[in-house]
Design a protein around this ligand. Structure first.
Ligand code: ATP
Length: 233
């Protein structure tokens, strides 16, 4: 059965339809990239899936269960975890305390502090360090670890690479296979088209809240994706 089924969803910011009649299916173990320029509606889409924003039309189901009206809290319990844009760590807490906030509403599964420290060994060694003492890339890794602590079935990642160097971005993306191995799907927003296509199984390009192009990442041609990105198709 499809893990996440988004069916004709629209999301408004007042008069603006930021996401329009959007449909997508994500299967268990899949990596799906959402590509698009600034303002295309990518964050709005992820926030609607997490339940932070209400939809104005359509339906979202997880494993066949309609979650459209559920609170973000209930959705975490069912297996939707989000790594928000800008990481949003708790500034007054240590690395370990930040990770533990992710386990507040936890499903059974293999992710715990030990498993996260195995994924990012430096994190365990510096577990007592305050979140503000970390670099941007380290904060991003902690935000991913925190989301994994709830044992999600699907991990939503918003703009992982924002403000980070390509080498750091590559290092952080290198943990995705391990996340997939744990039985979790990944739906991620990425502005860097080649980065997105190199990580994802499937990719789609959003423009003004609508899907302009979608398909298996290996079959999407860079020029076509870039044209969709800029609205030239
Ligand atoms: P970015 O990469 O800049 O975050 P995005 O693709 O994630 O872009 P969204 O942030 O989802 O795009 O924004 C989609 C549209 O909705 C934009 O036109 C944006 O200006 C508008 N928008 C986003 N958040 C709000 C809000 N809270 N109130 C009003 N309009 C908003």
């Amino acid at each position: 059965m499809t893990l996440l089924d988004i069916n004709n969803v629209s999301v408004r910011h007042g008069q603006l339809r930021a996401v329009q009649d959007f449909s997508l299916r994500v299967e268990a173990g899949e990596k799906v990239a959402v590509i698009g320029a600034n303002g295309a509606g990518k964050s709005t889409l992820l926030r609607a899936i997490a339940g932070i924003l209400p939809v104005s039309a359509g339906r979202i189901s997880l494993d066949g269960e309609d979650i459209t009206e559920l609170t973000p809290y209930r959705r975490v319990a069912l297996g939707i975890a989000m790594v928000p844009e800008g990481r949003r760590l708790f500034r007054s807490l240590t690395i370990e305390e930040n990770l533990l906030t992710g386990a507040y509403r936890k499903r059974p599964g293999s992710w715990n502090l030990e498993a996260v420290y195995e994924l990012f060994p430096w994190m365990g060694e510096r577990r007592k360090l305050g979140a503000t003492q970390l670099s941007g890339g380290e904060q991003q890794a902690v935000a991913i670890g925190r989301a994994l602590m709830s044992n999600p079935r699907i991990l939503l990642i918003d703009e992982l690479s924002l403000g980070l160097s390509p080498a750091i971005v590559k290092r952080i993306y290198s943990v995705v296979p391990r996340v997939i191995e744990s039985g979790c799907a990944v739906l991620f927003v990425e502005q860097d088209v080649s980065q997105a296509l190199s990580v994802a199984d499937h990719a789609l390009c959003l423009l003004e809240g609508r899907t302009m192009l979608a398909g298996p990442a290996g079959e999407l041609e860079l020029p076509a994706v870039e044209a969709a990105y800029f609205g030239a198709v």
